[in-house]
Design a binder for this molecule. Structure first.
Ligand SMILES: [Zn+2]
Ligand SMILES: [Zn+2]
Length: 77
């Protein structure tokens, strides 16, 4: 399994936004831990457990702003 190097401007897929330190698997909030939970009902996988727990009440998905009714741990496959 390849592990991403810490570099700016990934060779593949310049997706529109800049400041792209964002690794595919890193939490969108802290950008350092790996994503480890799935928010329901929206189904987004975007943050680590710690950031989820740190979200202010009422907890909302940081991506779509839907209320989070349930969280399922993400298992690495
Ligand atoms: Zn995080
Ligand atoms: Zn969402």
């Amino acid at each position: 399994r390849y592990r991403p190097l810490h570099q700016r401007g990934a060779p593949e897929g310049h997706s529109g936004d800049r400041g792209g330190e964002t690794l595919k698997n890193s939490c969108v909030i802290c950008l350092s831990n790996t994503k480890s939970c799935v928010f329901l009902e929206c189904g987004h996988v975007c943050s680590c457990r710690e950031c989820y727990q740190a979200l202010p009440e009422p907890k909302r998905c940081p991506i779509c702003r839907q209320a989070i009714s349930r969280v399922v741990p993400l298992y690495n496959s």
